[in-house]
Design a protein around this ligand. Structure first.
Ligand code: FPP
Length: 241
């Protein structure tokens, strides 16, 4: 068990397509296998004592994929949300989303709303899925909310600071993201948690998401545990604490 555990872990689940291609399988088989990894990592995160887990499942740019893949992903997400209901509730896990879910299919929105409502009081862990999510889009939507309030006089521009700004972001209901993991060997954030990632630790795994298991997750947690987070301060200042 790690002594320094991240409170909030966020994951860019990449490599489902390549995993499938290497096995001559359709891309959707890669996503289906990826859903099994979601199940496994959520269970392990809960057992380990992680407070919040956020997974990047569908970006604002993913709509441009072939219709068959987009529709297949929507169906898979709907199936997952229904099938995991009991597991989440029995493990005291609260479900939430980030991203603009207005544009999702109606039946998926209904399942999401229902799972959010029944898990509202769960308090041992937060399980959050980023759906139709983009970091720039999240910031722009926050700016629009603040601008509207300033125009009616409910807020003053001088009252906006980093903390108040965060409260308008989709992620505001969760603790700060301590660790961002990206699988499949790609070294970029791809519009994920742009505001939130400013002081997050980053970890890149060579494994494709469908192969990402407990062992790989523990490697990321071990790497995090060894790091010194300075938040702009010096090592000496951190030690004084
Ligand atoms: C990126 O791999 C993955 C996605 C765009 C979808 C992630 C979705 C799942 C894992 C499905 C289940 C999710 C939940 C939350 C139940 P890619 O397709 O871009 O892979 P590639 O880069 O190898 O093509």
């Amino acid at each position: 068990m790690e002594t320094r555990l991240p409170q909030h872990v966020a994951i860019i689940m990449d490599g489902n397509g390549r995993w499938a291609k290497e096995r001559n399988l359709p891309r959707l088989s890669g996503h289906a296998k990826g859903a099994s990894s979601v199940r496994e990592i959520t269970t392990i995160a809960r057992k380990t004592g992680i407070r919040a887990l956020t997974l990047y499942a569908f970006s604002t740019k993913n709509w441009s994929r072939p219709d068959e893949e987009v529709n297949g992903l929507m169906k898979l997400l709907g199936k997952y949300i229904k099938s995991e209901r009991e597991t989440l509730l029995s493990n005291d896990i609260r479900f939430s989303t980030i991203g603009n879910i207005d544009l999702l299919p109606e039946n998926l929105k209904t399942s999401i709303a229902e799972l959010k409502a029944v898990s509202r009081e769960c308090a041992s862990m937060d399980f959050c899925i980023a759906l139709n999510y983009g970091g720039r889009d999240e910031i722009i939507r926050a700016v629009k909310k603040i601008t509207a309030l300033c125009m009616t006089g409910e807020k003053k521009p001088e009252d906006i600071n980093e903390d108040t700004f965060r409260s308008y972001l989709d992620i505001s209901h969760l603790p700060p993201v301590d660790l961002i993991i990206r699988t499949s060997g790609e070294l970029r954030l791809s519009d994920f948690l742009l505001w939130e990632s400013s002081y997050s630790e980053l970890y890149f795994s060579e494994k494709y998401w469908p192969e990402f298991d407990e062992n790989e997750f523990n490697k990321a947690l071990n790497s995090y545990a060894k790091r010194e987070r300075r938040f702009g301060k010096t090592t000496e200042q951190i030690m004084e604490k």
